[in-house]
Design a protein around this ligand. Sequence first.
Ligand SMILES: Nc1nc2c(c(=O)[nH]1)N[C@H]1C(S)=C(S)[C@@H](COP(=O)(O)OP(=O)(O)OC[C@H]3O[C@@H](n4cnc5c(=O)[nH]c(N)nc54)[C@H](O)[C@@H]3O)O[C@H]1N2
Ligand SMILES: Nc1nc2c(c(=O)[nH]1)N[C@H]1C(S)=C(S)[C@@H](COP(=O)(O)OP(=O)(O)OC[C@H]3O[C@@H](n4cnc5c(=O)[nH]c(N)nc54)[C@H](O)[C@@H]3O)O[C@H]1N2
Ligand code: SF4
Ligand SMILES: [Mo]
Length: 890
Amino acid sequence: MNMMKSATVKTTCPYCGVGCGVAVPAAAPRNARVSGDAAHPVNRGRLCSKGSMLGETTGLENRLLHPMKKGARIGWDEALDEVAARFSSVVATHGPDAVAFYVSGQLLTEDYYVANKLMKGFIGSGNIDTNSRLCMSSAVAAHKRAFGEDLVPGSYEDFEEADLVVLVGSNTAWCHPILYQRLLAARAKRGTRIVVIDPRRTATCDEADLHLPIAPGRDLRLFTALLCELAARGAADEGFIARSTKGREGALAAARREHRSLEETAEACGLDPSALETFFSWFAETERTVTAFSQGINQSQRGVDQVNTIINCHLLTGRIGKPGAGPFSLTGQPNAMGGREVGGLANQLAAHLEFDEPGRGKLARFWGTENLAAGPGLKAVDLFDAMAEGRIKALWIMATNPVVSLPNADFVRHALKTCPFVVLSDCVAGTDTAAFADMVLPAAAWGEKDGTVTNSERRISRQRAFMAPPGEAQPDWRIVSEVARRMGFADAFTYRNPAEIFREHAALSGFENGGERFFDISGLSGLSDAAYDALEPVRWPMRGAGGTPRLFSDGVFATPSGRARFVAPASTVERLANESAFPLTLNSGRLRDQWHTMTRTGLSPVLGANAPEPVAEMHEEDARAAGIADGGLMRVVTEYGSGIFRASVTQAQQRGSLFVPIHWSDVNSAMSSAGRMVHPEVDPISGQPAFKHTPARAEAVMPLWRGFFLSRQEIAPPGCGYWASRRVDGGWICEMAGLSEGEAPPELDLLAGESAGAAGGYEELEMRDGHAGALRQARLGNGRLTDCLILTRGGKLPPRDWLASLLLADEIDETTRRVFLSGRAGEGAADSRLVCACMGVRSDAILAAIAKGACNAASVGVQTGAGTNCGSCRSEIRSLIERVETEEAA
Ligand SMILES: Nc1nc2c(c(=O)[nH]1)N[C@H]1C(S)=C(S)[C@@H](COP(=O)(O)OP(=O)(O)OC[C@H]3O[C@@H](n4cnc5c(=O)[nH]c(N)nc54)[C@H](O)[C@@H]3O)O[C@H]1N2
Ligand SMILES: Nc1nc2c(c(=O)[nH]1)N[C@H]1C(S)=C(S)[C@@H](COP(=O)(O)OP(=O)(O)OC[C@H]3O[C@@H](n4cnc5c(=O)[nH]c(N)nc54)[C@H](O)[C@@H]3O)O[C@H]1N2
Ligand code: SF4
Ligand SMILES: [Mo]
């Protein structure tokens, strides 16, 4: 009878804030393929490449299975006792503010709630901050200033019901792919205009009616000007302004001081005046306008003011709380929003209560504590500063990798070394941060734990377990509760399951809430365990039954007066021009197929194929000036650190700007970690780092030798100046280059060591050409390729795919051996790369389809399947078509 019900487990994707539903066969083995949940209102069955490949990342390959102390396995009891004892003793000796938690928008709401309750409610310090500080805190602060509470007004339907969608500082096509696909599908029907505001021409620009390649950091100026122009063009909604807002005159007066003419603003923003005029007039004339923004806005020295200027434009035009209209903060992590609901940021309390009265009093009563933190704790960057000064003596990090993701990352490493006791809870072993932890605790991972997450449109969805945690891994809420008990707070942490925690969280949201806090999900506080298990995705607020797709439709906001506030920015004066030593602006962000520090997506051969190496993008004139060649190596240098990247010289990048991906770290590369180079500048209000705008310079790097190493076994760091390794089908591949005389070219024996699985010994193949500095070595075990090394001083290297495919072959035949040794390895094999990760289609297949007459992405899709799932690769397919057309024309 229950067959249908139990045949699949429905859960939510653990990656981006779109929050797609995922369906997994019940009792599926590890690495089972997942599919989209056709019934989930967010994605209706679709998944992007990362979601589609979840099955490739749920193996045990890199899992942390046991509690470890300084590298040695210990028992759970011992580990929990020690964590509790160390934290208690620091609190007793130095006070509660000498300890801290640094947590993550990748925790489930229940985990997060318990961690926040322990620190703020019972240890009694505000020192719990989260990586959402790096991500959403500017939007949070701006929401509070404008709306009186951290509220995202709209929903995804608004993207579908809008006539103009402005995407600012958001590479939606890659970072919120399924929402982007919903937008494109709606646009095919209603002809929605899309404007993208981004210094780079990203994949998101491909479908845009207008791309404004704004100068970095000038959005404040742009939206200040927009406000003036909207007023001048008669777009103000006087009725709404009078009824529902405050402060229009002040904001407009301040804006008018900055915006004198369209030409002047265009010049300041580095934009063509006619393009700017188009944008202003489209915005002025389109009632149904959504302005969606993400890290290009938030991660800026003026992030909060920038978000408020965007909101100002929507308040002036009354385009908020209506179908197809509103400012929309795109959240990054799967539970960025849920973390804010439970008070994960150091400057707020749980359930949207503030550090004031009556907020503190209410929370203290609800939790029954006398120890509630008196005031806000340290924000992430300040927290690590305090640590370096010796003020934080015990730190617990959960579900984040700060030595990679915080700015000025080498300083973060130093701060962690200074801290006497560092605990890390992670599901993966050997992350970059683990090297700095005294104790690592094995957390249950996605698919093994139960709880809820809230997506960008305030939608609460269940994550459900479909596998047992491996080894001794435990869900985060239980680990934290156990430590709380051992610190003497047993009565407040009696939870037996996540449903109990959720009920308490839901009850708190309604506690002494006479409607002044919009965050209210008290309608869910009476869920039975079974009802919690069966919970369908629902959007808050939810006071009784049914959710709320859109806020503010009655024109009432969460401020004491019920009116929204226009906020005049402090001033739009831009940061100082870059000094001559660092004339470029270093931007950093995401690639289509990787998630942050790659601890999970890095396990997937498919996801690693589209962007196999860390690439820095730059404009051709900047490249020429620095002597940097497309495809060569380059060094990016800032005041804080440097990194080596493969250069991509591209028109997509504007002059004066560099872009690097954030995904590489010391675990998978020599020196390609963005965080080392990022300055520690933060927004003065939110404390969010300005990740997008670090002054930098670029230099050419001339390798003495180059090559790659392919192995069936995980590759240890080869110790040369440049390397980057990744998973391929059947093994690993590592790109390498020697950058200084001291780095002798490696030999296969040294790199490979003794691999397993060659009972009868190895057969070795070798070709050396001392003159050309060429070396080709391979080892075969039982006839199969186990490792191979190819090096050259100045020559060409063979296509990686051909060699990598040999790892899968059962036998390497005579012809293949001869080809390998002759140095013509893979000649004739096209250097193809994976374009469509979902359907596994490579560029050679797409080129073949184009040769057969496919002239647009749709017909390539019909012939090859490429681009027919999540669609994020269609821009790459179109560039292949364009390339062929240009070549044919030439
Ligand atoms: N594939 C993938 N998707 C993800 C993630 C991932 O790791 N991988 N992470 C998730 C998370 S946590 C987040 S926060 C989101 C982030 O999602 P996004 O914010 O869309 O991603 P980013 O690449 O960080 O930055 C967006 C864009 O801001 C632009 N930008 C830089 N400076 C400026 C500026 O001064 N003005 C303007 N207007 N734009 C500027 C950059 O060029 C970049 O294209 O993605 C989520 N989705
Ligand atoms: N230069 C630069 N830096 C940036 C950004 C940028 O644009 N540029 N963006 C910033 C932003 S927006 C973000 S959100 C951050 C993200 O940065 P991080 O949070 O540091 O990145 P992740 O790799 O997602 O780290 C999550 C960690 O949690 C672990 N994990 C996964 N699931 C669980 C779980 O259930 N429990 C536990 N305990 N652990 C788990 C993973 O293995 C991983 O080690 O990076 C920030 N840093
Ligand atoms: S868009 Fe992709 S990464 Fe984001 S939730 Fe959906 S499937 Fe996951
Ligand atoms: Mo983020």
